[in-house]
Design a protein around this ligand. Sequence first.
Ligand SMILES: Nc1ncnc2c1ncn2[C@@H]1O[C@H](COP(=O)(O)OP(=O)(O)OP(=O)(O)O)[C@@H](O)[C@H]1O
Length: 901
Amino acid sequence: MDQPQLEPAPSPALTPMMAQFFEIKAVNPGYLLFYRMGDFYELFFEDAEIASAALGIVLTKRGKHLGQDIQMCGVPIHAANDYLNKLVKLGHRVAICEQMEDPKEAKKRGAKSVVRRGVVRLITAGTLTEDDHLDARAANFLAALAMVRHGETDFALAWADISTGETFTADLSADQLQDELARIDPVELLLTEATQSALVERHLFAPSWSAIAHTAPAQSFDSETASATLRGAFPGEAFDPSVLSRASRAALGAIIAYVGESQKGVGVALRAPLAETTSTYLAIDAATRSSLELHQTQRGQVRGSLRQVIDLTVTAPGSRLLSARLAAPLADAAAINQRLDAVDLLANDTMLTGRLRSDLKAVPDLARALTRLVLERGGPRDLAAIGAAISAAAALSRHMAQLAEPPAVIARLASTLAAAPLALASQLALALDDELPLLSRDGGFVRQGYDQTLDDERALARQTRAVVAALQARLIDETDVRSLKIRHNGVLGYFVEVPAGHGAKLLEEPHRQVFIHRQTMANAMRFTTTELADLEGRIARAHEAALDIELKVFASLRYDVLSRTDALRDLADALAELDVTTALAHLAATRRYTRPEIDTSLAFEITGGRHPVVEDMVLAEGQSFVANDADLSGDDASGGGRLWLVTGPNMGGKSTFLRQNALIAILAQMGSFVPASAAYIGVVDRVFSRVGASDDIAHGRSTFMVEMVETAAILNRATRRSLVVLDEIGRGTATFDGLSIAWAAVEALHETTGCRALFATHFHELTSLAKTLTRVSNVTMKVREWEGEVVFLHEVAAGAADRSYGIQVARLAGVPEPVLRRARQVLTVLEQRSTGSASSSQKASVLDDLPLFAHQSAPTPVQQDPVLLALDAVRPDEMTPKQAIDALYELKKIRDDARRS
Ligand SMILES: Nc1ncnc2c1ncn2[C@@H]1O[C@H](COP(=O)(O)OP(=O)(O)OP(=O)(O)O)[C@@H](O)[C@H]1O
């Protein structure tokens, strides 16, 4: 969110401080400047207006500039973090400008000189590292998008999570762009102005990107300079920039430049980038992600999403990895089966899984602690977190050592955990105290007994404090002022304080030889003595010396940790992966999920499938979920997979059935067991789901237009290996248009695409396609009619529905009885008309009677219910138990009589 710039012209009347402000502001355009003044960060001019409105803090004035009041607001240092958090969440960008020298130093240069200040950090959504700014269970990606004019691909994307160091690149074609960004879900997106305009022009700029896009200068995307930048950022053999495309280098270079600029010279340790090829993953486009409510519901809530139901991880890094796996399931059968082997073993060994999960609970966020230490923002607790993670890894690997022939993933994890640098953990445990401060700057974190010189200095400081107490006692004796006290404050240091009434005594002989007057207060007088000043010096020196040693210990521990960065990152990865694997095993064991069989065929055979989220909701309401089979299996010889046409009443469970099959495919390919009694799936390359399209008024597209754009995307992009799930295509337009489009779409999916597909529809005419298209079958959601009401059985059965039960559903929804009656009349005539059995006079009469409400009869007067009338007469307080039972029988009888009549 860019903000207006201040006028740059410094006027001759400018105070030196304002001149400094303008200078700093001019080189940080687009940032709210947090300008340090003593214990506050102050904001001026438009910055102050924006911040005061966003934070709800008071806007004041400080002097004038060019005849206008200077608006100002400020936040105290100790609360700055909260305010920063709020501003960044609202999309603002903040530059932190600190005092770079002691104000006393500035004074030495002259009374009017200004304290030197400089920007030490730029804070934006994508460059955060502090725990209190980050969501522990979500990645925080900064992305950069480079566009290529002439090249193999059109675009390249680089993205990095600064808080963990993970870095990726991918070359993309124009039609992959929106899907990939929806998968990565960055919090900030860098691109040049030219790229942004080109995207807008080509209708590729998704509306949701406006909130995260930040235009960066073209030179930061220069692929020539990028190579050098990349070599500097990823030194060593591990990474060779020339393996990346020019566009990927440019995008990655832009990220490195931006991060470097934001951290103002503090080296950011990103991990060597992983180049991703989209073909390794099951492709899920943005509309499908939203329709299937993978990470959040269509209303933007995590509750009710698939992620919420399946995320049983016990650590934040585990949760982040699970979320990433759900966003990008695999498309390689062997890799999926490896993951499944690991889950399988643990799902069947609940004892081991229980032990691992209980140990994992105590594992801290190693990756983020490590990054803070790299960025010189870490404290003693981060060091302790690293020690704790290493020790936990060792314990976990001991549990895993019992396994005789572990599957490949478990064996790999066990060996990484076993290689955890234990010596480092012991050293950290020896050095660090049990209770630790957040920051290292005030000391107090090194364990007693770790460093002899430190212990000596601390003892000295303690002793001198005892000497102060002895001195106080002696001075009381010598002066005979019982209320004399030796105290300490930040301004005077140590001083002698006596009540005002005794002050005069100390100013006189013989005491004036000893006591040097410092301050007179309303009810006390303060003095110092040579001996006290001397003692104070000793205490301060001991304290300083102790702090100095502690800071050296911290620096050396930090160095030791950083020299193991690669091993620690591997360890962090392994811990997160073990958490995900045990969580999926726990899910499988506790929710009756089964292992899917995965291969490269075109199978899709689900027995007793369930919808993971709807099942949870239905069970919570005390009902049971009806499991359903699906078989869309096909083969190349017969032209591809099967297509099921699903008909049935509204509320019958069609959407649930459609979605559950797509979700089962996604779960299976991310390496999870699935909610079914059996599942056999040939790897899916893309899944498309359009269930319950809604309009996109904000972007000028009607329901029908959205539906057609999405249908076009499916027909153009689905392959034989894809799974397509479509709900009610063509319902948003005139019946015949809609029916024709749905008809043609089914034919195209069957004849040209040959994908496995579920197609729900209310156009019963479509069911006749099963006669001509060999791989089309009709299924229907079963219902039963009971006393004129429809009961949904939620059961999928072969065949086609003969009616929609729309009017019954309208009745359930509370549509008034006269409207329902009239609807029934119209329906009867329309049905007879379509079968040709209505007489011409009947047809004429229904047409004459339209519009519908012209015919509406006056509402039937509400009849008084006899049961209620009888109930009114009942006086429970005046009844004996016998009379109460009789009354109950009477009420029942009245009701039965009323029914019969
Ligand atoms: N298999 C099932 N077992 C138990 N309850 C189910 C099942 N399927 C669906 N339901 C219940 O029925 C409700 C309606 O289901 P769903 O939205 O899938 O119906 P629909 O046929 O798609 O309706 P519409 O055509 O109006 O969109 C669900 O919210 C759920 O409570």
